[in-house]
Write a new protein. Structure first.
Length: 262
């Protein structure tokens, strides 16, 4: 494979017979790509969630059309709301007959210098990105504990390790996701559940290309060892690996999906 021009990888049945729940999966980014990859890897049923009703329904229809899987459902959920989190997991449990894999993809980021940041902006980013991951993980752990098995994969970021201007709130939230992953994994190990995270650097998707200035995007890609950002499906591949039995002895780990130079 040419690392500069990667070819899409065919499925190998890594999630054959599993059921999957993914948050924030109705866009054109990592979440939807992870959903598509999960189906391509043989999952038997999948539930995706989002906060945008129209986009969610379109994503469900597209996933069915792209993969041929009929056992696809969508459920609105704001992960900052505990009642909605509980309702989502109850729905997915019923639809799937038990959720085997949860992928926490929901997160929120803005760009603001700390000196100019209002409490409300800080709180919103933290509550969705870290608090939402915590709520979904907590409720899913309670459910998986009764079965004595399951896998949770969290979406972190290299900003949990690295500094970047105007990203103090997002970086703090993602560092928190990493710490949450480590601590929750120790608790979940006692009842047979694994929890890991993936830490992407620059993942290029249509929304990013539309919103980011061309010169900024070029600068960020220039920092990557391969001279490009990751394709979203390359990040999704790491998530699927962590969700599969190929990572059966991994828990509490954060896997960097980055080629960024120091």
């Amino acid at each position: 494979m040419n690392i500069h021009q990667p070819q899409y990888v065919n499925g190998h049945g890594l999630l054959k017979g599993r059921s999957v729940l993914i948050t924030a999966a109705a866009g054109a980014g990592i979440g939807f790509s992870a959903a598509k990859r999960a189906v391509e890897e043989g999952c038997r049923s999948i539930v995706i969630s989002d906060v945008h009703e129209g986009r969610l329904q379109a994503a469900v229809e597209q996933l069915r059309a792209d993969t041929g899987l009929e056992q696809v459902a969508g459920k609105l959920c704001n992960v900052a709301d505990e009642e909605q989190v509980q309702a989502l997991i109850a729905f997915a449990e019923d639809f799937c007959g038990g959720v085997d894999v949860l992928i926490n993809n929901a997160g929120l980021g803005t760009t603001k210098a700390l000196i100019d940041m209002e409490d409300a902006e800080w709180d919103r980013v933290i509550d969705v990105t870290l608090g939402g991951t915590m709520r979904m993980t907590r409720q899913m752990m309670r459910t998986m504990k009764t079965r004595g098995e399951g896998v949770i994969v969290n979406n972190a970021s290299v900003l949990g390790w690295r500094a970047q201007k105007e990203q103090s709130h997002y970086a703090a939230a993602k560092a928190g996701v990493m710490a949450l992953t480590r601590c929750a994994a120790l608790e979940a190990a006692e009842f047979g559940v694994r929890i890991n995270a993936v830490s992407p650097s620059l993942a290029v998707h249509p929304m990013l290309k539309k919103s980011a200035p061309e010169d900024l995007l070029a600068e960020l890609e220039g920092r990557e060892a391969y001279g490009r950002g990751a394709e979203v499906w390359e990040v999704a591949n790491v998530m699927i690996f962590l969700a599969s039995d190929y990572s059966s002895y991994l828990t509490g780990e954060t896997i960097s999906c980055s080629s960024q130079r120091a």
